[in-house]
Write a protein that binds this ligand. Structure first.
Ligand SMILES: CC(C)(COP(=O)(O)OP(=O)(O)OC[C@H]1O[C@@H](n2cnc3c(N)ncnc32)[C@H](O)[C@@H]1OP(=O)(O)O)[C@@H](O)C(=O)NCCC(=O)NCCS
Length: 164
């Protein structure tokens, strides 16, 4: 029993994102990005044609089901894009980003997308590593595209993965 307690770890289900996930998703977005997307922005996005998302909801929680991560994506006329993805900092490198991206890639394909695009800061080692491992290739580089809170400019990489 005590051993069970010591080895307890959270498990997560990847499920389609619901309106009720937008508040915790906004909070998580604020923790992981310099400009937070509000709950209202998330709700408005999710309501748009072609936009879909997935949430990682804890399955072995006691009361509510905490959100461990989420991804938002859009598919229009055969082209999909990742709008944003975030995983809780303490849950990093436990496979949630991978599972969320797999769900988004599958759904984009089901919706008829031929390719998926995304944009990522060149110095975002974790995200670039994740996307490369998923088979995304760099197709463009936009110098000095992002400006950090301290004014530092960082290039954006545009990456693409064929889905068919
Ligand atoms: C990018 C992010 C979503 C990755 O999620 P994650 O759940 O930590 O990633 P996973 O555990 O699924 O990792 C899958 C693979 O991605 C790569 N990866 C993940 N984190 C990495 C890191 N810190 N350094 C290098 N590669 C990394 C590895 O190839 C990893 O596979 P491995 O653990 O078997 O080596 C997460 O770090 C995050 O939310 N970052 C802040 C928000 C953000 O930058 N979003 C992307 C904006 S474009």
């Amino acid at each position: 029993m005590f051993d069970d307690y010591l080895t307890w770890k959270p498990f997560f289900d990847i499920v389609p994102m619901q309106d009720s996930d937008c508040r915790p998703a906004s909070e998580l977005h604020g923790q992981r990005f310099s400009r937070q997307w509000s709950e209202e922005e998330m709700l408005a996005l999710l309501a748009q044609d072609g936009v879909f998302g997935f949430s990682a909801l804890q399955s072995n929680a006691f009361f509510s089901r905490p959100l461990g991560g989420f991804v938002l994506s859009r598919e229009v006329a055969g082209e999909a894009e990742i709008l944003t993805i975030a995983v809780g900092e303490k849950l990093g490198r436990t496979g949630l980003g991978w599972r969320l991206m797999q769900a988004a890639l599958r759904e984009a394909e089901v919706r008829g997308a031929e390719t998926m695009f995304l944009e990522v800061a060149e110095n975002n080692v974790a995200a670039v590593g994740l996307y490369q491992r998923l088979g995304f290739l760099q197709v463009a580089r936009r110098p000095a595209y992002y400006t950090g809170t301290d004014g530092t400019r960082t290039a954006a990489l545009v990456m693409r993965r064929d889905l068919r």
